[in-house]
Design a protein around this ligand. Sequence first.
Ligand SMILES: C[S@@+](CC[C@H](N)C(=O)[O-])C[C@H]1O[C@@H](n2cnc3c(N)ncnc32)[C@H](O)[C@@H]1O
Length: 375
Amino acid sequence: MHLVIYGRDAELGKIEFEKYCGSQSFAFSVAFEKGDYQVVEFGEDVDVKKLIKRLGGTVRIAEFFAASSEITEEQIEKLGFYFEKNFNYAISGVNCGEDELNQVRGILKKLQKKFKIRGVEKRPDDWIASPANFKSWNLSEGFELFLLKEDGNYYFAKTIACGDSEIFEELDNKRPKQEFTRGTSFRLARMMVNCLGLDGSKTLVDPFCGIGTFLIEGMFAGFDVIGIDNEQRMIDASLANTNWAKKSFNLQKNCKLICEDAQTATFQADACVFEPYMGPFMEKLPNYEKAKKISSELSLLYSAVFANLAENLTKGAPVVCIIPFFETYDGRTVEVETGFIKKYGFETTHSPIEYDTPDKARIKRRIYFLVLSDK
Ligand SMILES: C[S@@+](CC[C@H](N)C(=O)[O-])C[C@H]1O[C@@H](n2cnc3c(N)ncnc32)[C@H](O)[C@@H]1O
């Protein structure tokens, strides 16, 4: 059994995990779960180090080695203490208190004396060490022990795979063309591409490709990609960024770029993912009238784009996309009318999820999970 810990946006992380495992035919069942974690049983041996590298929303996968109704030396000794050299370790808690972690702490010190080994405990600022700390503290050479409390029982797990946040920083910061108000973050793009639940032997379209974030993530996942944008400047930026990614990461996939309006462009694709144009840049929260005006303009644009997607996507194609909504300065919420989803034959496969950007942008976002009905 494995403990899977999700990062920020845990709900999205869970859907990503489920959809990605599905696309790779990794069968698993969830034994129990709470807010930001799940305890899962894989149907067969899965290389979880490889798995976590492909995911944007999973921060840890740990394997259980003991369970009991008390925290005892006998249970913790099952971790296995075979350290030849000095090592670092950390104790992370899920759903348990400081007293219980201190009990584990005391037992670990005792066991080190018993086995004549020397470890240095590293204490995270939070309940769990950040991926950056996990790496800099070299915990994979020592260990990270998880104590999980559930229904009065204690479960002990050892981390075997930690998420890699550096790859997203590298992608976000090193792509040659940047655009402050338009680029989607690579971490979010990876999660959304994985939420399509398709293996990469197909063609993916982004009808609002901007500087090409989803196109690059699509190629990482193995898709051929098509990017559409109605500004030549953005198409040029996508070309520069996708060529850079192909070269830097040896991605041998096709990328076709089309400078056209997403409402009328023609293409052939089996899946679709996008963060659309969401109205003019706003320095402050809008008043109600302004928010209403923007949202009805966007509703018309999205309606025409969905009509066009229905014409050009293969039946049964999954679509994962962002649709914004607006908060006004006096605390009201204005929704973009989304009747076009049903009208053009798309079905919702999972309730939409609110997504807060780390920079707390003024425009609010919801992620939609859809499929083009084959009826
Ligand atoms: C939020 S940005 C997309 C960000 C993109 N995911 C990225 O990572 O760069 C929206 C893009 O949609 C483009 N756009 C706006 N209206 C469009 C339309 N009618 N058809 C196609 N593209 C459009 C804009 O030029 C802009 O590049």
